[in-house]
Design a protein around this ligand. Structure first.
Ligand code: ZN
Length: 408
């Protein structure tokens, strides 16, 4: 059999298993007849797939239902306790970790701050932190999902560039896979989070949505017509180096006046320090974090409001490009800056209205992201997707867990 034909058969098999799992996830309890009707698969296929899922205890019986003429059928549901998965977000100087069951319930969580020494050997420190976090007994790890603010090669799990640590071609996915014997799904923050917003959050009913995350850079996750814009190229959705001021400040990329020199957290904090001295506002704190800057602006401080106003008009120039290109129904803003949403969003609307034809703004809603406080939850969307498309499910049935179980 040639590779192409074999590949297709394997893919169909994978998708069929995923379809059964997704139906059970959506409807909670189903008979085999229900499954056949919902998935369009033959009763024989459903019998085969559910038998395998039952043998692996991924699915368990949970009662009976009548299917006419007094016949009764067993109801099946996902056994959410069969496996657990680890969802992590690697931030700047820390890692957030949470253990979830298959239903998406968080079982335990922890933030580990890396010491200066640990940062030198980040990969080894990360593995040690995970080992300390995972319970000594009773965990059957299905996979690890991880996201970070950097450029990630989707299929290899390698990190092309992680700016905060200045790591390049960092073998994050492959190393964790070897250490823990389970699949590791690595993704850039924004690409994962826009999917979570589509699935569970602020963009649930919107097929065209973009998520703009402002931190030390400006990342963009995009969904068009319900589909995530993805590429094998790690350099996707980074608007940090869009030039806003040709004679502006020098950027680390070598350019001048890049958006990241003007509207990121560090840039706004620095603008605050300069403006405070320039305006002689010595009663204000010498320096503030972006969070404090937003709070002061919300409390009515005019200097901080001025900084926000300037940030809004600059950010609007970045957003106007995105809006012209994708014409989204929802624009979700994430990052500390969004704490001042009550002030910032009207400023953005006003600034966009002066730059764009009205047609673009008729349906545009600007909202905050829902999951900012808990990045492990949106990261877990990768696992749910891998179960529903069958790829992770088949791995579990084939028994990658046998080696992957973390034993006490
Ligand atoms: Zn730049």
């Amino acid at each position: 059999m040639n590779d192409l034909v074999k590949g297709s058969i394997d893919l169909i098999r994978q998708l069929n298993y995923g379809l059964v799992y997704a139906s059970l996830e959506e409807h909670t309890e189903l008979s085999r007849t229900d499954l056949s009707r919902l998935t369009g698969l033959s009763p024989a296929s459903i019998t085969k797939i559910t038998r395998e899922l039952l043998d692996n205890e991924l699915v368990v019986p949970c009662g009976e239902t009548s299917v006419g003429r007094g016949r009764r059928q067993t109801l099946l549901r996902i056994n959410e306790r069969r496996y657990q998965f680890l969802s992590m977000r690697l931030g700047r100087g820390y890692v957030d970790m949470a253990l979830f069951d298959l239903s998406g319930r968080s079982l335990s969580r922890h933030r580990h701050q890396f010491s200066q020494d640990e940062r030198e050997e980040l990969l080894a420190s990360l593995i040690a932190a995970i080992r300390r976090f995972l319970p000594a007994k009773g965990v059957r790890l299905a996979c690890i999902a991880l996201c970070l603010p950097g450029q990630v090669e989707r299929h290899t799990g390698r990190v092309r560039h992680f700016p905060y640590y200045d790591l390049r071609n960092w073998p994050l996915g492959p190393t964790l896979e070897e250490a823990f014997g389970v699949p590791v799904l690595v993704s850039a923050d924004v690409r994962t989070w826009i999917q979570a917003e589509r699935e569970w959050g602020a963009a649930k009913d919107c097929a065209d949505a973009v998520l703009v995350f402002v931190h030390n850079d400006i990342g963009v996750g995009m969904v068009v017509n319900g589909q995530l814009i993805e590429s094998e190229n790690a350099m996707l959705g980074d608007l940090s180096h869009l030039q806003l001021e040709p004679y502006g400040q020098r950027c680390y990329c070598g350019g001048f006046g890049c958006a990241c020199t003007l509207v990121t957290n560090q840039a706004l904090e620095s603008q605050y320090r300069d403006l405070r001295v320039r305006m002689g506002e010595m009663d204000l704190p010498e320096q503030v974090t972006i969070r404090e800057l937003c709070e002061l602006a919300l409390e009515g401080n005019s200097l901080c409001q001025q900084i926000l106003q300037q940030a809004a008009s600059r950010l609007a120039r970045v957003l106007a490009n995105l809006i012209c290109l994708l014409n989204p129904g929802k624009l979700l803003l994430g990052g500390e800056l969004a704490r001042a949403d009550r002030l910032l969003f009207p400023m953005l609307h006003q600034s966009l209205a002066s730059q764009l034809p009205g047609e673009y703004l008729v349906r545009l809603q600007i909202e905050s992201t829902r999951f900012y406080e808990d990045p492990t939850k949106p990261t877990s969307i990768q696992v749910h997707k891998a179960l529903r498309d069958g790829s992770l499910l088949l791995g579990l049935l084939r028994g990658h867990d046998e080696e992957g179980i973390i034993r006490g």
